[in-house]
Design a protein. Sequence first.
Length: 417
Amino acid sequence: MSIKFRLTVMSFLQFFVWGAWLITVGNYWFATKQWSGAEFGAIFSTLGLSSIFMPAITGIIADRWVNAEKLYGILHILGGLALAYIPQVDNPTSFFWVIFMAMLCYMPTIALSNSIAYNILKNNKFDVVKVFPPIRVWGTIGFIIAMWITNLTGNKASANMFYIAAFFAVVLGVYSFTLPKCPPQNLTSKDASFVESLGLNAFKLFGTYKMALFFIFSMFLGGALQLTNMYGDTFLSDFEKVPQYADSFVVKYSTIILSISQISETLFILAIPFFLKRFGIKQVMLISMVAWVLRFGLFAYGDPEGGLWMIILSCIVYGMAFDFFNISGSLFVETTTDSSIRSSAQGLFMMMTNGFGAIIGSSVSGYLIDTYFTHEGSKDWQNIWLTFAIYAGIIAIFFAIMFKHKHDPNAVEHFSH
């Protein structure tokens, strides 16, 4: 098997494991277990909590002590065992702790999978910016296929979704031990400082204005990333409360409508090399921020009949909003940091976006929705989405003014080496 094919299999399984349960866990929670909404919010917080410290810690371990592909395999096997235990859980508190254990193992593997792919591609003299996106696109395809399998096999409200995820997590864990070796890069000398010996060098990146700004804006934009995962399905399902929309396609097949977002991702991932080399990281991230404004704004005015085109367009725009930020940001970190701290730097990027960003986004949005946009049990979705759109717009304006980056379209070698 070719190197690219083997990395494609890794990427596919990486996100298949997540897609098997992430979008449908709400159905299992509310319909099957009939647990409360207040406690459900904590389940999504496990993603953010895990992302605050685990990617940074595992990045440091991979940079210093353990081969990245072996650490990656161990984490997936342990995470798979935790997922397999979830169906035995019979109360919300235990569910939280078991899913938290699964996420402590899973969330750092997202950044680690990037590091492994970059490492192997560079060792085989590939241009990372050209070759990585077509590999990563199969991760999104894996997520979509897992979503559809869980739905079409009648398991979107059953415990079987966790067994499906667990099985493929263990398969991926075992498979990763067959990948080319990715040994630690940061082999420091005996007289290394305490910070260096712990592998915390990546945090020095906050000492440079440009990288500090990049990570801060990553955190604020990370606050928008989980909003539609958290509220998208509920928003579309709530149209059933309006008599004229109660039997609409949008209400019946809300998950399939939302999967257009992931399908769109697959297309925009492939466009990243062109946009990055043509426009540079600043313009690409600005495009992402404007796309978030459109994502939320179109949801604000969409409906299942005359405004259906807005809902569908919002799902299409999501691909640009998510990819141009997440994957371009990861490539920016890869191409602007020293090889000795690269895994740590990827972990840091993950910590700021999916960690602090996601926790701020989920907690603040939950408070705002409960306090200002919920009236007699009904949510004012139009103003909720408009508030999110204004938030993304403000970030875009500040980013455009404050982030200084001069792009040289001829500096292709910058991405290759």
